[in-house]
Write a protein that binds this ligand. Structure first.
Ligand code: T46
Length: 134
């Protein structure tokens, strides 16, 4: 399976502007339990640096751009998010880092689980031990 998996959203806009619809188990490949977004990031303040035990997410840069790094313990790949019509599917047990935010970046994330700090793996060595033994 590819590490970088994209989810495409059909623009539904018209002359009045753009509209994108996200629907669980339709164009989002899981039931949506939580939605959050982040804004006001800085290019020199990367975020993430963790993996999740169970959580699956789709991240969409609705405005601006950022660079996402995904790492499954064997592969480490980078991709640019800069379009509201193309999200990034981030599976469980995938280390993620977010870098190089543009000043106008708004990153929307749809999640398969409610917030649960115990689902986070925040230490890279612990993450590697976990994926090697899965
Ligand atoms: C992820 C990447 C893409 C909550 O209380 N509820 C929430 O739903 C979230 C997402 C976060 N928080 C709290 C936990 C921390 O005290 O908000 C604070 C910032 O969260 P964190 O440092 O985890 O933020 P990021 O940007 O490093 O990671 C976030 C998500 O937490 C994470 O699941 O995959 O975005």
């Amino acid at each position: 399976m590819e590490l970088i998996q994209r989810v495409q959203f059909q623009p539904l806009g018209d002359a009045r502007g753009e509209l994108y619809a996200l629907e669980g188990l339709k164009n989002i490949p899981f039931e949506i339990k939580r939605i959050y977004f982040m804004r006001g990031m800085h290019a020199d303040s990367p975020r993430g640096f963790h993996a999740h035990v169970n959580l699956k997410q789709v991240a969409i840069c609705v405005t601006g751009r950022c660079r996402m790094v995904l790492d499954d313990g064997k592969r480490r790949e980078s991709t640019i998010l800069d379009s509201p019509s193309s999200g990034l599917l981030i599976g469980n047990l995938v280390w993620r880092e977010m870098h190089d935010f543009s000043d106008d970046c708004v990153l929307l994330v749809v999640a398969s689980q409610y917030y649960d700090e115990s689902d986070y793996i925040r230490d890279y060595k612990d993450f590697l031990k976990r994926v090697i033994h899965q």
